[in-house]
Design a protein around this ligand. Structure first.
Ligand SMILES: *[C@@H]1O[C@H](CO)[C@@H](O)[C@H](O)[C@H]1NC(C)=O
Ligand SMILES: *[C@@H]1O[C@H](CO)[C@@H](O)[C@H](O)[C@H]1NC(C)=O
Ligand SMILES: *[C@@H]1O[C@H](CO)[C@@H](O)[C@H](O)[C@H]1NC(C)=O
Ligand SMILES: *[C@@H]1O[C@H](CO)[C@@H](O)[C@H](O)[C@H]1NC(C)=O
Ligand SMILES: *[C@@H]1O[C@H](CO)[C@@H](O)[C@H](O)[C@H]1NC(C)=O
Ligand SMILES: *[C@@H]1O[C@H](CO)[C@@H](O)[C@H](O)[C@H]1NC(C)=O
Ligand SMILES: *[C@@H]1O[C@H](CO)[C@@H](O)[C@H](O)[C@H]1NC(C)=O
Ligand SMILES: *[C@@H]1O[C@H](CO)[C@@H](O)[C@H](O)[C@H]1NC(C)=O
Ligand SMILES: *[C@@H]1O[C@H](CO)[C@@H](O)[C@H](O)[C@H]1NC(C)=O
Length: 446
């Protein structure tokens, strides 16, 4: 008995202690200290102590005129990084708790031209092999036209999607993309600046979705609410339901009349309202001001994002509710910042810039989140609107890592989604340099 109680006390002690972590450090090494073609190196350990980065500036530059970039792409999930939620663990029987399980720990520099393959329909190309469709026609990747039979969404031309008939013989044909508030089943059926969701409580009850314009609604607007993990609202629920709102944040209206009574006795939330983040609170320090500094070494203390949980009304003080997010390491050794900015002015501004880019896009909807496509002829093209959207998205996505100038400089050079790397367009650069070589050769022959 004594042993048993001792064990459970020990377990409790470990659990209580497991939220204390030590943050890794990101270094920005000089090119000389490293192989010329390597741009990132993880320390192969868990907990993670050091992640090193190296610039690709010297790579192949002397031999070939094309821009090098680092193949590190965190959102793709192939490379090891670190995670505040598992950083305290030093032994576990779950492989997924290890930062290095099933991950690459090194990344190479590549010529920007080498990533210009597998392009969706609508992208500019110089040869068939650039395109996913393997059909480069008049400088653009060409897919199936509206009305032709298709197997996959990616088969159809930009501006259309593969629609499956609901009646015999169930053909699937490329169909023009839906306009806003037309009925849909999936996001890719909607235009680039829309997504497929429940526009109202009634549509949520009837399970009817429509193409809704992204980030378009003011605080107070309603939509149908859906939580995949019903009963327990996650951060993703606030974010996904909030895509209709300018602020990016919606909350579930938890009132009897807005609960769907399931036949099995459970209740589901079905109405959401747009709101915005009113303040960020960190219990040890109270209300935080921008950029929301916190102590990342104690992961049991979380940042609370508070929002008004009622319709806008200046006459009265509105009730507020909150959800909490982690404190992220700043990767500079000591500092930490709240990990998410959902619903804040900074987030709203980034979504508005992204929306501007998407609204002028005629690219394939599979390229919705691909800023390289938006720089191409099907998109808004190069310019301030695109550059501002890329930078704003980068600074929202990596909030804690852009606060220290040196860390920002490191990740800017190696992360594929930075403005620096997104500006590198292999195909065009290659074509221009080939044109230049031809011109020089031409001059020599004259
Ligand atoms: C191109 O896409 C196809 C199908 O999506 C995939 O099998 C292939 O590996 C991709 N190739 C490259 C080089 O990414
Ligand atoms: C709800 O989610 C939180 C955080 O993930 C978790 O700690 C809690 O146990 C969950 N509650 C239920 C009822 O699933
Ligand atoms: C909704 O409100 C009820 C009663 O106040 C509460 O028990 C329940 O946890 C709330 N649900 C959510 C998801 O907040
Ligand atoms: C669900 O049932 C409650 C009574 O348990 C009722 O008051 C409420 O109006 C019902 N909600 C809906 C959306 O029908
Ligand atoms: C109750 O019904 C809902 C939807 O009809 C379903 O998602 C949920 O899993 C069911 N819950 C239980 C406990 O069976
Ligand atoms: C941060 O939290 C850790 C662990 O709780 C603590 O040891 C440290 O003193 C804190 N740092 C600051 C600056 O409060
Ligand atoms: C970590 O933060 C929690 C919540 O604020 C606090 O209760 C706890 O004492 C802190 N732990 C340490 C070691 O500072
Ligand atoms: C939700 O929005 C609707 C319509 O805008 C409004 O009538 C209702 O009062 C709002 N509810 C809350 C709790 O904000
Ligand atoms: C929340 O409501 C208060 C009034 O109670 C208002 O002053 C404040 O601007 C609102 N915050 C947001 C983010 O809308």
């Amino acid at each position: 008995m004594k042993l048993l109680s001792f064990l459970s006390t020990a377990t409790l002690f470990l659990t209580a202690n497991s939220q204390i972590i030590s943050c890794p450090v990101l270094t920005c090494d000089s090119a000389e200290s490293m192989d010329m073609d390597q741009c990132y190196q993880h320390d192969d350990s868990h907990p993670v102590a050091t992640i090193r980065t190296f610039p690709c500036e010297g790579y192949l530059e002397s031999t070939l005129k094309s821009t090098p970039l680092c193949e590190l792409n965190l959102p793709k999930g192939q490379h090891a990084w670190y995670d505040e939620s598992t950083q305290s663990i030093d032994k576990s029987s779950f492989s997924w708790e290890s930062a290095i399980s099933n991950k690459k720990v090194r990344a190479e520099c590549r010529l920007a031209a080498s990533i210009m393959n597998n392009l969706s329909n609508g992208r500019s190309c110089s040869q068939h092999s650039n395109c996913l469709s393997k059909n480069c026609l008049a400088g653009l990747c060409k897919g199936l036209a509206v009305g032709e039979l298709c197997a996959r969404h990616s088969d159809c031309d930009a501006g259309s999607y593969c629609k499956k008939d609901q009646t015999w013989p169930y053909v699937s044909k490329c169909n023009k993309a839906n306009t806003n508030y037309e009925q849909c089943n999936e996001d890719f059926e909607c235009g680039n600046s829309a997504y497929c969701w429940y526009v109202s409580k009634q549509d949520r009850i009837d399970t009817v979705k429509k193409c809704l314009p992204l980030y378009s609604q003011e605080v107070g607007t309603s939509m149908g609410w859906y939580s995949a993990s019903f009963g327990n609202i996650t951060y993703e629920d606030y974010e996904i339901n909030g895509r209709y709102c300018k602020s990016g944040l919606a909350f579930p209206v938890n009132e009897t009349a807005n609960l769907k009574n399931n036949t099995n006795g459970t209740k589901e939330l079905i109405l959401g309202n747009c709101t915005a983040t009113d303040k960020v609170v960190y219990q040890p320090n109270g209300k935080l001001s921008w950029p929301y500094a916190c102590n990342a070494s104690n992961q049991s203390a979380r940042c609370e994002l508070w929002y008004n949980s009622s319709s806008p009304n200046d006459a009265i003080t509105l009730p507020q509710k909150s959800f909490s997010v982690r404190c992220n390491c700043a990767l500079d050794g000591n500092n930490g910042y709240c990990s998410k900015l959902l619903g804040t002015e900074k987030y709203k501004d980034a979504m508005s810039k992204r929306k501007t880019v998407l609204e002028s896009s005629e690219c394939h909807t599979l390229d919705r989140n691909n800023f390289r496509a938006q720089r191409d002829s099907c998109g808004i093209g190069p310019g301030d609107s695109l550059d501002e959207a890329i930078t704003a998205m980068f600074e929202v996505n990596y909030h804690a890592w852009v606060q220290n100038g040196d860390v920002y400089d490191c990740i800017k050079k190696v992360f594929d989604d930075s403005l620096l790397n997104q500006s590198k367009m292999g195909a065009h650069i290659l074509r221009i340099s080939i044109a230049m070589v031809m011109a020089i050769v031409g001059i020599l022959y004259i």
